[in-house]
Design a protein around this ligand. Sequence first.
Ligand SMILES: NC(=O)c1ccc[n+]([C@@H]2O[C@H](COP(=O)([O-])OP(=O)(O)OC[C@H]3O[C@@H](n4cnc5c(N)ncnc54)[C@H](OP(=O)(O)O)[C@@H]3O)[C@@H](O)[C@H]2O)c1
Length: 288
Amino acid sequence: MKILVTGCEGMLGSAVMCRLASTHELTGVDLAGADLTQSQSVHDLFERTNPQWVIHCAAWTDVDGAESQPEVAMAVNGLATELVAQECDNIGAGLTYISTDYVFNGRGGALGYSENETRDPINYYGLTKARGEEAVEKMNGPWQIVRTSWLFGDGKVNFPKTIRRLLSLQPQLKVVADQRGCPTHADDLADVLGFLVSSDSRGIFHATNSGQCTWFDLAREVAALMKIDASHIQACGGNEYPTAALRPACSVLESHRLEEAACPERPMWQEAVARYIRLLESGQARHI
Ligand SMILES: NC(=O)c1ccc[n+]([C@@H]2O[C@H](COP(=O)([O-])OP(=O)(O)OC[C@H]3O[C@@H](n4cnc5c(N)ncnc54)[C@H](OP(=O)(O)O)[C@@H]3O)[C@@H](O)[C@H]2O)c1
């Protein structure tokens, strides 16, 4: 299929460009190629590339920055998604929109959220992504909303990479132990996106690595992989690490619809983190 991948230089977009290259005809675009908040740029992009399907990875992903720059964040996550959805409808293309666990309030208990639960974001980033979801749901043509969480992979910034760097600089770290979610390797998510597009599935999906943990558990896993004694990492509460944007306490994404669609099981998060740390240590990562 002829697929347009937006945000192709980002962490997920670049993984999609690699993982789907052998099965689809891909065109990647990033901010330098088209600013998706401008309707004329989006229109020209669709005329130029004429895709059958769009995997929309471009986004404003600075969660704390969205609190101080709400208009820009809303333009990228809300308006740009609406423009992309409208152009898809105009030319009869399908759309896959990547969304987030942050559309939920995090007060749902340890089991987490299934696909049909009500959106109720507690920070501005979550609100902008929820607006994007609403725009996609209004489409006449085929659409997929794929929510993911705690994404890491060969990108500029991510949590395992930050912990690895900090552990090499300082002997002791305090990490938040009262927030729970599902770490997700961008490569494994890209494989799920490939499956969903090829199987022409429709609707809302939750795609993460298998299992769940706290940020503290994830940091200790990184330490163990670096052969650093886990006692170097101490647990703390989110209240000891204040951030501009509130974080949901439990944003575990439960998946039912991927199983119904017969999507292969996702690897456990520990295996996915080990694979990423090995990539960093091999010196082969695009972003060290
Ligand atoms: N990262 C996470 O932990 C996480 C968790 C859950 C869900 N998600 C979702 O997963 C998706 C991919 O995230 P990611 O971490 O791969 O994002 P990322 O690395 O920040 O990449 C986003 C890309 O979008 C581009 N972009 C920004 N504004 C644009 C605009 N106006 N027009 C065109 N392109 C623009 C960025 O370009 P520049 O770099 O030049 O600005 C960047 O290349 C997003 O939808 C995000 O909301 C992420």
